[in-house]
Design a protein around this ligand. Structure first.
Ligand SMILES: [Zn+2]
Ligand SMILES: [Zn+2]
Length: 107
């Protein structure tokens, strides 16, 4: 997670058509031209859901107190991902630390 040097808000990774990416501040619009994502995220389509899957052992994600909808475990990894257009807020994903169930929440 990167934070804006100007205002301290969360920087959003924005992908460009040429494959490059940069970070943009949600609040003040400041940009940083460095690779935004240092861990691999790959989209996988399972059944009717499309949930991003982070490849194992590539990064240690932060955890938060969150009840898993599957096994009721109270702690989950979380991350933000830009899934729609760059103008919209990123989607928050959670992954249960116990059963690895992954789900998303729209803000
Ligand atoms: Zn800012
Ligand atoms: Zn679980």
């Amino acid at each position: 997670m990167d934070f804006c040097k100007k205002c301290g808000s969360i920087m959003i990774p924005i992908k460009q058509d040429d494959g490059g990416s940069f970070l943009k501040c949600r609040s003040c619009g400041a940009k940083i031209n460095k690779p935004a994502i240092n861990y691999k995220i790959k989209e996988s389509v399972k059944k009717s859901k499309d949930i991003a899957v982070i490849e194992k052992d590539t990064i240690v994600l932060p955890t938060t107190e969150k009840d898993c909808p599957k096994c009721d475990h109270g702690r989950a990894y979380w991350w933000l991902q830009q899934t729609r257009s760059a103008d919209e807020p990123p989607t928050q994903f959670f992954r249960c630390v116990k059963c690895n169930y992954t789900w998303r929440e729209y803000k």
